[in-house]
Design a binder for this molecule. Structure first.
Ligand SMILES: Nc1nc2c(ncn2[C@@H]2O[C@H](COP(=O)(O)OP(=O)(O)OP(=O)(O)O)[C@@H](O)[C@H]2O)c(=O)[nH]1
Ligand SMILES: [Mg+2]
Ligand SMILES: [Zn+2]
Length: 134
């Protein structure tokens, strides 16, 4: 069974092992310099010299499953504290008027890199990167 992070080349290896097989592989994402999800379900193939091999979908990063989108900010101490001053209590701190977190990032009271990490975790939720069951 081939298992490992998404984009490490599991399906590419499989295509190399089985002549004629053309399992879908993905281009390296230019934006993140990493592979993108390609294999979406596990599948078993017969090897030419006997035996079988299973290709599985890889995970893209550490899982933030079991966490609601609105909850992501709670795990960033300074974002959580600052969010008490946001105008809306369901503020996602991305575009809302009166967002205290955006103001704090602007004024460098919250570090840009921490805020970027927050955004990338939100984005993960949007893309539904993490499959059920992981
Ligand atoms: N440079 C380099 N690129 C590779 C290698 N193996 C795979 N790639 C490239 O990495 C990208 C992702 O490969 P995949 O085979 O789709 O990755 P995967 O592990 O099956 O990914 P998931 O299906 O998302 O789990 C493709 O663009 C491949 O061409 C390698 O050994 N070297
Ligand atoms: Mg694959
Ligand atoms: Zn906010």
């Amino acid at each position: 069974m081939l298992s490992g992070h998404s984009g490490v080349g599991k399906s590419t290896l499989l295509n190399a092992l089985i002549p004629g097989l053309d399992v879908r592989t993905s281009e390296i994402s230019m934006a993140h310099d990493t592979g993108m999800h390609t294999t979406t379900f596990s599948e078993m193939f017969d090897l030419p010299h006997g035996g079988s091999i299973i290709d599985t979908p890889g995970i893209k990063g550490f899982g933030t499953f079991d966490m609601e989108k609105e909850e992501v900010g709670h795990y960033f101490r300074e974002i959580f504290q600052t969010s008490a001053d946001c105008r809306y209590n369901n503020c996602t701190h991305t575009h809302e008027p009166g967002c205290a977190v955006l103001a704090a990032v602007e004024e460098q009271r919250i570090s840009q890199s921490r805020y970027n990490s927050y955004l990338s975790m939100l984005e993960d939720k949007d893309e539904n990167k993490y499959r059920q069951g992981y």
